[in-house]
Design a protein. Structure first.
Length: 377
């Protein structure tokens, strides 16, 4: 028999499966604290919420359910997720037996009993700070991430580069990512201009960026509420999907110093033609450097690569260029990644010489730029 206060709830398998898949993405399975491999489940007032954390990024999702008796407990996140993945789409019954420290899952003729922990053992999580909240449409969040995240550094020794830098500039939200070899930057106008607290900038770590993307993809055409304090960014979408992201507490480098104030030459090309040519020529580049040589001549650009044990490749495409002839080395992967973030149509390379940073722009996306540093070949 269940005691009066033993939780009892009913929910659809599809909704609980989707929710647990999202929150378990933040679980760090290598963590030394066993409780961090668990998800906190809370049922009350016609809702069930699921929370998970690695103490750096925390997630919480709330779904509708029939909560006949409220209650809360912790269950192994991976085990729970694996079971839900294999269950048929149906109604699910969750029953808590605190005498046995167990959760009973009933789905038609399928029955599981899982061992649980008490919710008191789970870390106390905070998901909101209403004081300086501002809103941003989910499609703009996705645009910011898609245009900049490729340039986030993976070098763990330079922690301050391991995320996207967000800053308020002229009442716009600026996002910057760089790994020291390339940089991407986009300015976004927001109807909600309450972003004064970002004037000094914050660094959102890679894992937090990935989880923020997951929120935006889950709620297309929704407003996402963001707020920050000294250590965290808080995310709330429709009071259903919450994140708490620990910010990187370092100073971001002076990225403006990398952006040339003035350039002498401009080359204009068709983005698709240049992009496709780069992908072809990269095949014959050295795997370690991905190095390609780019020769700029009047009205044309020639892409060249040489692989010591495979051979070489060369392709010439027409461009609009009338500056001095020069040959520059590039990491083809960096160029391809940057070009992929621009819309189809014209692309512009602005530069001074063979050794200086190249600025990549497009008249179709005036609020964005990319920078690639030359490669010595």
């Amino acid at each position: 028999m269940f005691k009066e206060n033993d939780m009892h709830a009913q929910v659809s398998t599809e909704s609980i499966r989707e929710a647990i898949t999202k929150v378990t993405s933040v679980v760090d399975r290598k963590n030394t604290r066993p409780i961090l491999a668990y998800t906190l489940v809370e049922a009350k007032n016609g809702q069930i919420s699921f929370s998970a954390t690695d103490l750096e990024v925390s997630a919480k999702i709330t779904i509708e359910a029939v909560t006949e008796i409220p209650g809360s407990f912790c269950v192994n996140a991976k085990n729970f997720s694996d079971i839900l993945r294999e269950l048929p789409n149906s109604n699910l019954e969750l029953k808590l037996d605190e005498n046995e420290n167990s959760l009973k899952i009933n789905c038609g003729d399928i029955h599981f009993t899982l061992l649980i922990y008490k919710n008191e053992d789970f870390p106390q999580l905070v998901f909101q700070n209403k004081q300086n909240e501002f809103s941003i449409p989910s499609e703009k969040v996705l645009e910011i991430i898609s245009k900049t995240s490729h340039a986030i550094s993976t070098d763990e020794t330079r922690l301050f580069l391991n995320g996207i830098y967000l800053q308020e500039i002229d009442s716009k939200l600026r996002a910057v990512a760089t790994d020291g070899h390339r940089l991407s930057m986009i300015d976004t106008e927001l109807e909600d201009s309450n972003i004064d607290n970002l004037i000094n900038g914050i660094i959102v770590p890679r894992k937090g960026v990935n989880e923020l993307k997951r929120v935006a993809e889950s709620f297309p055409k929704s407003l996402i509420n963001l707020s920050v304090d000294d250590s965290f960014m808080y995310v709330n979408c429709d009071e259903k999907y919450f994140l708490s992201i620990r910010l990187i507490s370092r100073e971001y480098p002076k990225y403006q110093a990398v952006i040339p104030q003035k350039t002498s030459f401009t080359m204009t090309a068709d983005k698709a033609s240049l992009f496709d040519a780069l992908r072809r020529i990269k095949i014959m580049s050295n795997e370690k450097s991905n190095g390609v040589r780019v020769k700029l001549s009047e009205k044309e650009i020639t892409l060249m690569a040489n692989h010591p044990s495979l051979g070489d490749a060369r392709e010439t495409i027409p461009v609009d260029y009338s500056g001095k002839e020069m040959e520059i080395g590039f990491n083809a992967k960096y160029l391809i990644d940057t070009l992929a973030t621009f819309e189809e149509g014209e692309i512009q390379f602005e530069l001074n010489n063979e050794f200086s940073a190249v600025v990549i722009k497009s008249p179709n996306v005036p609020n964005m730029l990319g920078i690639i540093m030359p490669l010595k070949l």
